[in-house]
Design a protein around this ligand. Sequence first.
Ligand code: AMP
Length: 115
Amino acid sequence: MSEPTIFKRIINGEIPANVVYEDEQCLAFHDVAPQAPVHILVIPKKEIASIDDLSAEDEQLVGHLFLVIQQIAREQGLAENGYRVICNCGEGGGQTVFHLHYHLMGGRNLKWPPG
Ligand code: AMP
């Protein structure tokens, strides 16, 4: 059995997190090393390693995650100025935690392209 990821341990309540939203399908919490004034991670409770591991049965879940992101962005006051949603996939894509997650970032004007 492989070690549970840090995000699975947060879902299980073994590691604390600054949670901003939770429902039966997903959890959202502040990133421990924020790269913007608002930097929140939105994760499914289902263990999916990355975008590359999604399957057709996850279609509803992924749509739900985006609606949750929209709701949190509005609650955090990001919607008016705009915000960025990032999902790193695989080591070459910059992924370090292999449990699917979306970065919601805002609160300043973000540059493009990222590194
Ligand atoms: P990624 O590089 O896309 O896999 O993003 C992983 C993110 O998880 C990084 O932005 C980390 O700062 C963040 N992170 C790692 N451990 C924790 C933790 N215990 N609580 C909150 N965020 C974390």
